[in-house]
Design a protein around this ligand. Structure first.
Ligand code: UD1
Ligand code: UDP
Length: 372
């Protein structure tokens, strides 16, 4: 079986690492009896070393077979250029499956390219909804889910979202969250290898970790300003460390806020995944608008202030470990003060074997198809 995975943005490299590890394990166990070819296609959406190559290096992800070098531009330009190049690559590679992750423009382009060529499409991290159609990610998810042949869902909520949209139940496969697999596998390595806290003089339990990159926050100066004010107020009590997404750096510069932010917060370059896991695990509280970081806060047992008005990971809010504070300085400060240590419940995001389940389901369905 040949699996062609389309990746392009930071969180997709981490998800791809889980799938590639599951493929490598399966190939090792199968010996001569079967082989899954793992073809990774990088669209080029994220391209800085700290946003891309660092993950391939530290997570031992196989090198992309193709890099399409498409980044920047409007959503239409970016997606269109990816679609054109992906079409050619899919024709050349002729895979049994195209696999896409999450909800970025790379996901959407991969999904459209595959289905237009009648190549079966699998979607990992399917079924998430914010019910906010102004988010580019929401459109990417809805389109991808509506055309995918197999939808791998991370949570019960995601499954029920798809069923309520009329997706046939036989296409939906609950596997758990590949990000939970990643945390489980890499957290011990992070503990051994990460020097990030020593480098920046961060004491365990005594700093706030923040990340900001969502378009709704970076592209709206009023929201960005409120978030900056909230984080700056938190920095009066604890160091606030902010690994800065390049999009946010540009937005802060454009809004004339970068110098102020730099004087109250500890701004650092985006960090590698192992360093990030270490920063999360030792934070007093996490403030973020990231999807992945909200869950990692929970896996780390740390409370999360979500800098958004809604979340796809509603089970965390229901469990009281994640507070939606929007882009409102007062609410951010109040939420950070209210949140305490978290006791992660086993099973909410699966058993840490999501990657194996995805790969074995794809192998099984391919076998059945070849028999027919
Ligand atoms: C994208 C995804 C978002 C995901 C995020 C993960 C879409 C619509 N958005 O958002 O869902 O949560 O990735 O981080 O697909 N830039 C650089 N260097 C890089 C990457 C980006 O300088 O390596 C800058 C460029 O100016 C670029 C801007 O950041 O134009 C935005 O990048 P883009 O990939 O369009 O969106 P993200 O905000 O990263
Ligand atoms: N991450 C990282 N370094 C950073 C910031 C984030 O390795 O400096 C990781 C984080 O641990 C998580 C993933 O990137 O696994 C989340 O990516 P991001 O927040 O960019 O996107 P989202 O999950 O919101 O789509």
């Amino acid at each position: 079986m040949k699996l062609l995975s389309v990746v392009g943005a930071r969180p997709q490299f981490i998800k791809a690492a889980v799938i590639s590890r599951a493929i490598a394990d399966l190939n090792a166990a199968a010996g001569d009896k079967g082989h899954v070819a793992d073809v990774i296609v990088h669209t080029g959406q994220h391209y800085d070393t700290t946003m891309s190559q660092v993950f391939f290096d530290e997570l031992s992800i196989p090198d992309p077979v193709h890099n399409l070098e498409v980044s920047g531009g409007t959503h239409g330009e970016m997606t269109g250029r990816m679609l054109e190049r992906l079409e050619a690559v899919i024709i050349e590679e002729s895979p049994d499956w195209v696999l896409v992750h999450g909800d970025t423009n790379s996901t959407l382009a991969g999904a459209l390219a595959a289905t237009k060529l009648h190549v079966p499409l699998a979607h990992v991290e399917s079924g998430l909804r914010s019910y906010n159609r102004r988010m580019p990610e929401e459109i990417n998810r809805i389109v991808t889910d509506s055309i995918a042949d197999l939808l791998f869902v991370p949570t019960e909520q995601a499954r029920s979202n798809l069923l309520s949209e009329g997706v046939p139940g036989e296409r939906i496969i609950p596997v758990g969250d590949v990000m939970f697999d990643a945390t489980k596998f890499y957290a011990p390595l992070a503990e051994q290898r990460s020097a990030v806290r020593a480098t920046h003089g961060l004491e365990s339990g005594n700093y706030v970790l923040a990340t900001v990159h969502r378009a709704e926050n970076t592209d709206d100066p009023a929201r960005l300003k409120q978030i900056v004010m909230g984080l700056s107020r938190l920095s009066e009590e604890n160091t606030v460390v902010l690994p800065l997404h390049p999009r946010t750096r540009l937005a802060l510069e454009a809004a004339g806020l970068l110098d102020d932010v730099g004087s109250s917060l500890l701004l650092i370059e985006p960090v590698g995944y192992l360093e990030m896991l270490d920063l999360e695990r030792n934070a007093r509280v996490i403030a973020t608008d990231s999807g992945g970081v909200q869950k990692e806060a929970y896996f780390a047992g740390v409370g999360c202030v979500t800098l958004r008005d809604e979340t796809e990971w509603v089970e965390l809010v229901e469990a009281g470990v994640n507070v939606l504070a929007g882009a409102d300085a007062d609410r951010i400060v109040a939420a950070a003060e209210q949140l305490r240590q978290v006791d992660p419940e086993p099973g909410l995001y699966g058993d840490g074997q999501a990657g194996e389940k995805v790969v074995s389901a794809l192998v099984e369905v391919t076998r059945q198809r070849k028999r027919c």
